[in-house]
Design a binder for this molecule. Structure first.
Ligand SMILES: [Fe+2]
Length: 243
C-alpha cells in the first residue's frame, strides 16, 4: 500500500517555500554507500581529517572539487544510482503528482570543514531559465551553520538562513526563485551532499507542489528577481473588461 499522507514532511521554521522530507536512511542508504564505497572512510563528517586530505594544511576549494569528482564519476550502473532512482520513484513521484521529470545525475558536493564557501548567492531560474522546477538538497552528513545550505527566508529578502538538515532528511525548496548559496565552513564537520531539480508533470498540482510553489510572488516581482527570464506573456484584452 502506498502512503500518500503528508506526515513525513515538516516546514522549515521561518522559511517560505522550504520543506523537509523525513526518509529512512537504512532504506535509502546514500550515506553508507558514499562512506564505504566511494570515500572508504570511517566517518564522512571527518573527511577533512582522513588520508584523502593533506595533514596540517587547511583544505581549500581544490580539495572540495577533487573529492566531489569521486562522486561525480560514479557510473549510472553503480548502486548509488539504484538507491537514487528508488528514492525518486518511491518518494518524490509519490508526493508530486505521480509524474515528474528529473535530473538523471544529481550535482555532487563536498564542503570540507575549514574550507571557504563553495557557492555564491544565486537563483537557479536565472541560470536555467526555467520556473517550474523544484530543488531537492540531500546531505549524507548532518548539516548546520557553516557546513549547510543557506537560503533567503522569503522571495527577494536576501536575508539568509542556514537550513539545518540531518541525515535522513531531504530539503525541498523553491531554489528557482529563492536565492541560496553557502558560506565558509567554520564548523568542525565536513559536508557531503547532492542536489537535483525536478518538475512535476501532472495536470493537477499535488498538495506538496502547491506547498512549494503556490506562495510565489507576482510576475512583476519575479521579473525583478530573475531579469534573465523572458518576460511573461501579455494576456489578451478580455471582452467586457474594456473602457
Ligand atoms: Fe542553486
Amino acid at each position: 500500500m502506498t502512503d500518500n499522507s503528508l506526515k513525513s514532511w515538516s516546514q522549515v521554521p521561518g522559511m517560505q517555500s522550504a520543506w523537509l522530507l523525513n526518509y529512512d536512511p537504512e532504506l535509502y542508504p546514500f550515506a553508507r554507500y558514499l562512506r564505504d564505497q566511494v570515500f572508504r572512510v570511517d566517518d564522512l563528517e571527518n573527511l577533512h581529517q582522513s588520508n584523502l586530505c593533506k595533514p596540517g594544511t587547511p583544505p581549500g576549494y581544490p580539495d572540495n572539487l577533487r573529492l566531489r569528482q569521486a562522486m561525480q564519476r560514479l557510473p549510472l550502473s553503480s548502486e548509488f544510482y539504484t538507491i537514487y532512482t528508488r528514492f525518486v520513484h518511491e518518494l518524490v513521484v509519490r508526493y508530486f503528482g505521480g509524474r515528474i521529470s528529473y535530473a538523471a545525475r544529481p550535482k555532487m558536493r563536498v564542503h570540507l570543514a575549514g574550507s571557504g564557501s563553495v557557492s555564491r548567492w544565486h537563483r537557479d531560474a536565472n541560470v536555467t531559465g526555467r520556473l517550474e522546477q523544484i530543488n531537492i538538497w540531500l546531505p549524507a552528513t548532518n548539516c548546520f551553520a557553516g557546513n549547510t545550505l543557506w537560503v533567503e527566508d522569503n522571495y527577494g529578502s536576501e536575508h539568509y538562513q542556514p537550513i539545518q538538515v540531518r541525515l535522513g532528511q531531504a530539503l525541498f525548496f523553491d531554489g528557482g526563485l529563492l536565492s541560496h548559496g553557502s558560506v565558509a565552513n567554520e564548523t568542525d564537520s565536513s559536508r557531503v551532499s547532492f542536489d537535483l531539480r525536478f518538475s512535476a508533470a501532472s495536470r493537477t498540482p499535488s498538495a506538496m507542489t502547491l506547498r512549494l510553489l503556490a506562495g510565489r510572488p507576482s510576475p512583476s516581482i519575479i521579473a525583478q528577481l530573475c531579469p534573465s527570464l523572458p518576460p511573461p506573456p501579455v494576456s489578451p484584452p478580455q471582452p467586457g473588461l474594456g473602457y
